[in-house]
Ligand binder design. Structure first.
Ligand code: AMP
Ligand code: TRP
Length: 345
């Protein structure tokens, strides 16, 4: 089993997708389809690490799938499926629970943020979340993982797990025919584009997030044109006109964020946006920003709605993707079991 370049990424089906998800992750996922074998997963097992209302979860799994297809993910070319349909994720997740160390997980900032003050009441799943994420990636021996900036620490943990597995089982890996003693690759994060960290429209120092109580803080992929225009209009800014170069954005988080969003939506760099708008007031810039946002997002919103009117066809896409995912993960899992010393049929 040679290690070939392969892309894997996942998205939680919780709440509605927003501009941060779109620019930080989806755009890169879609672009990578052109050059790589890609596997994209709706990580429903990760979603249930915090409480999900069953009917809403079912809806969200389909909605995220539909949004991805609407945004340009081609389920024929790439593998698109939901995690719980492929048992390799949970199986390898357990094995990694036995490889990763408590000390490693104790350093995870996302757990600290999500668990909050009442850590005793957090689910064990929330704590072990990064181990399952490593399993998602490594069950396919994926080499490239496109994510937003906030997932960097989890990716480092996945690399540590791959390395510890390779070290702990080196002799067995060699005995199984891998002469160089390397079974799992070290997956590389792919964090690129002008918007790897899209910030809240209400506070340029906070990440745009689906859990922010203010809906004005984010642009949802379900917002209509008027709502998008209103949110851009109300976005927090400072009183200065826009600077004429990128250096002028330093220490101006709101301006930096809006210019970055405009650049990413228009498919250009921040410098190009500032060549057009440098020296101008935010009012005219915001009009243009609302226009590109609507032009880019409205077709996705419309197509998502159309796809959601036929849930059966979305379920068929997921079932087909799951079958193809299983076919890739099954031989990897067989080898993992052989390496660890488990007996299989
Ligand atoms: P989540 O919604 O937490 O499952 O995130 C799905 C993907 O979107 C991950 O790759 C995140 O890194 C990315 N993402 C989430 N929020 C943002 C944001 N504000 N800016 C950029 N990327 C983001
Ligand atoms: N933890 C990721 C997030 O919240 C989602 C995720 C789960 C993921 N498994 C993954 C991302 C594997 C990349 C690869 O965004």
């Amino acid at each position: 089993m040679l290690i070939t370049p392969r892309v894997f990424s996942g998205m939680q089906p919780t709440g509605t997708l927003h501009l941060g998800n779109y620019l930080g992750a989806m755009v890169n996922w879609i672009e990578l389809q052109k050059t790589h074998e890609c596997i994209y997963c709706v990580v429903d097992l990760h979603a249930i690490t915090v409480w999900q209302e069953p009917a809403e979860l079912r809806h969200a799994i389909r909605q995220v799938t539909a949004a991805y297809i609407a945004a340009g993910l081609d389920p024929k070319r790439s593998v698109l499926f939901n995690q719980s349909q492929v048992s390799a994720h949970a199986e390898l997740g357990w094995i990694f629970n036995c490889v990763a160390r408590l000390g490693w997980l104790n350093r995870m900032t996302q757990f600290k943020e999500k668990a909050g003050k009442d850590r005793e009441q957090a689910s064990v799943g929330l704590y072990a979340y990064p181990n399952l994420m490593a399993a998602d990636i490594l069950a396919y021996r994926a080499t490239h993982v496109p994510v937003g900036e906030d997932q960097k620490q989890h990716l480092e943990l996945a690399r540590d797990i791959a390395q510890k597995f390779n070290n702990d089982f080196r002799a067995s890996i060699v005995a199984q025919g891998f002469a160089d003693g390397v079974f799992f690759p070290q997956p590389d994060p792919v964090i690129t584009g002008p918007a790897t960290r899209v910030m809240s429209l209400r506070d340029g120092t906070k990440k745009m997030s689906k859990s922010d109580p203010s809906d004005l803080s984010r642009i949802n992929l379900t917002d209509d044109a008027d709502t998008i225009a209103k949110k851009v209009q109300k976005a927090k800014t400072d009183p200065e006109p826009l600077p004429s170069d990128v250096e002028g954005l330093a220490a101006r988080p709101e301006a930096d964020n809006l210019v970055g969003i405009h650049a990413a939506l228009a498919g250009v760099g921040k410098d190009a946006v500032l060549r057009d708008f440098g020296g101008q007031q935010f009012s005219s810039f915001k009009k243009a920003l609302a226009e590109v946002a609507v032009a880019r997002l409205a077709p996705i919103t419309g197509e998502t709605q159309r796809l959601m009117s036929d849930p059966g066809s979305i379920d068929r896409v997921l079932a087909d993707g799951a079958e193809r995912a299983r076919a890739i993960a099954a031989p990897v899992m067989d080898k993992v079991k052989d390496i660890v010393g488990l007996i299989r049929a």
